[in-house]
Design a protein around this ligand. Sequence first.
Ligand SMILES: Cc1cc2nc3c(=O)[nH]c(=O)nc-3n(C[C@H](O)[C@H](O)[C@H](O)COP(=O)(O)OP(=O)(O)OC[C@H]3O[C@@H](n4cnc5c(N)ncnc54)[C@H](O)[C@@H]3O)c2cc1C
Length: 300
Amino acid sequence: MQLIRDILATRAAAGRPAISFEFFPPKTEEGDRNLMEKTIPALMRMRPDYCSVTYGAGGSTRDKTLMIVDRIHREHHLTALAHLTCVGHTQEQVAELLQKIEALGCRNILALRGDPPNGAEFQAVPGGFEYAAELVKFIRSRSPFSVAVAGFPEGHTACKAGREVDWQHLKQKVDAGADFILTQLFFDNADFFRFRDHLGKLGVRVPIVPGIISILSTSQIKRFTQLCGARIPGPLAAKLETLEGNDSAAAEFGIEYATRQCEELRRAGVPGFHFYTLNKSTASVRVLQNLGLASNMQVG
Ligand SMILES: Cc1cc2nc3c(=O)[nH]c(=O)nc-3n(C[C@H](O)[C@H](O)[C@H](O)COP(=O)(O)OP(=O)(O)OC[C@H]3O[C@@H](n4cnc5c(N)ncnc54)[C@H](O)[C@@H]3O)c2cc1C
């Protein structure tokens, strides 16, 4: 499978944003079938450039990340980025995982610190890594992977010293060898532009790909943003309150909002769009159609 840093370079040269979709490993067989037989085939019609598969905080879905990456490669011939975190792993265990990932033909890793389950504070295990930058360096020193890292346009919630200090830490991940940055979802493009400008001033030159979510319902996005720490701006929160309990209207509004967000980001020259799909296809398909980026689905 291709290196995602090469995919991003090819897309940039062609002046077209790279399209990617994020999936999580389902907990049930029905969820597996739904993802592999419905969601991914529907999204493949959009001719995505790559996808990514999250890594659980612990437990059984962790093993499933690689199983799903492998199935996506074999069954859909789509390049997949395997998320990997430092939670609960020693360096030896990470080394073994890297061998496994490479043996599957996967050449792309999103290197994360991760969060422990149940909102506990992160603690490195003895012989493990404290920060994602150490994981990036470790991966880089061993294998020819294309490595991505996470970036936070509003600053990472745990960085009490403020967002600019967090962005300095992000630069350390790039200096450690990251090829590109995938961002946390955000709803105010001004946050992304400030983040991108600041990183530019720090000398960060790698592609910064915005993470986009299309709101499914008021209650869903409240839960989701509480978990990931993203802010819902006041006017958006007020609009969502009016749609509480009316999920189909909220989903329509979410598609419209994500479309407008992407249109502005595209004019500002972003290298791609990374869609948080929540293992569903409809919203991402509709947003891409609205953006005119689904037009190449007719080709070939
Ligand atoms: C695109 C994306 C995908 C994600 N996928 C997953 C997933 O699959 N599984 C999962 O469990 N989580 C995932 N997360 C969540 C992520 O693991 C958490 O947000 C985690 O708390 C931070 O991870 P990180 O890699 O950014 O950590 P780091 O870059 O290590 O940063 C963590 C905190 O430490 C601070 N810090 C970094 N370096 C230093 C230093 N040298 N000194 C002091 N402080 C420092 C940072 O400012 C930040 O506050 C994802 C997030 C994003 C944006």
